[in-house]
Ligand binder design. Structure first.
Ligand SMILES: O=C(O)CCC(=O)C(=O)O
Ligand SMILES: [Fe+2]
Length: 234
């Protein structure tokens, strides 16, 4: 009896938590005079130009160059070109990264403990990340592990660290918006709909870089505290 009750309560509080987070974060971002809302209806997408200084961007680009390895996926793809970039984990406890990590969490208004490791991404010419969702598909094999390690990904915060000569935009084909990299600009979006259900209109791609190299950092915020645990990747 007690177990059944506990399970039900968890499920309810899970989706209520997502809906509450959708509302709270949007309200917080909209109250921030430095933040602009993208003019699209299908998803909640926000920009913050100049969120990072040039010096902070340079520092993160150096760390990415020093630690990059091929990017991975949580589920196998038939398409060998699906994600061809390189990635690296940025140590949130390092004195250089921690203040940036905390500023991002504070902007979004989610405790830093809900954030996964900050990831750096680097795209050379021709490299891309084909259309995907950041939210977890709850009928995939990986979901049990993700559920146990902090649950659904709610908000994504990304920062462009440099200008790209050609290509490399972040494209949301369903929401109908294409964002060109701009040094220091943060882009944040809610992977959930305001009611807390995963939002299919957040489908997005890192379009191929044509000329230049693209450097970004990405942070995914979970609905609960994130527990770092080994995951199978492809
Ligand atoms: O490269 C981009 O613009 C998008 C990156 C992305 O979607 C991700 O890291 O999840
Ligand atoms: Fe993504």
């Amino acid at each position: 009896m007690l177990n059944i009750f506990a399970k039900k309560q968890n499920q309810t509080s899970g989706s209520l938590a997502r809906a509450r987070l959708s509302r709270q974060v949007a309200t917080r971002l909209e109250a921030n005079p430095a933040v602009r809302k993208a003019k699209v209806d299908a998803a909640q997408i926000y920009y913050y130009p100049g969120f990072l200084s040039d010096a902070e961007c340079d520092l993160l680009m150096r760390l990415i160059d020093a630690n990059r390895r091929p990017s991975t996926l949580l589920a196998p793809s038939q398409d060998p070109e699906f994600r061809t970039s390189e990635s690296c984990d940025l140590d949130r406890w390092s004195p250089q990264v921690q203040p940036i990590d905390e500023r991002m969490a504070n902007l979004i208004g989610v405790p830093p403990e809900h954030g996964e490791t900050m990831q750096g991404q680097r795209y050379a010419p021709g490299q891309q990340f084909r259309p995907h969702y950041d939210w977890f598909s709850e009928n995939q094999e990986y979901w049990a592990a993700m559920k146990a390690s902090g649950g659904q990904r709610t908000w994504t915060a990304m920062i462009y660290l440099n200008e790209v000569e050609e290509g490399g935009a972040t494209w949301f084909p369903q929401a109908g918006i294409r964002v060109a990299p701009k040094r220091g600009m943060l882009l944040a979006w809610n992977n959930m709909k305001p009611d807390g259900a995963p939002n299919p209109a957040t489908l997005h791609e890192g379009s191929p870089v044509v000329k230049g190299t693209k450097y970004i950092i990405t942070k995914w915020f979970r609905e609960f505290r994130w527990i770092h645990s080994p995951v199978q990747t492809y």
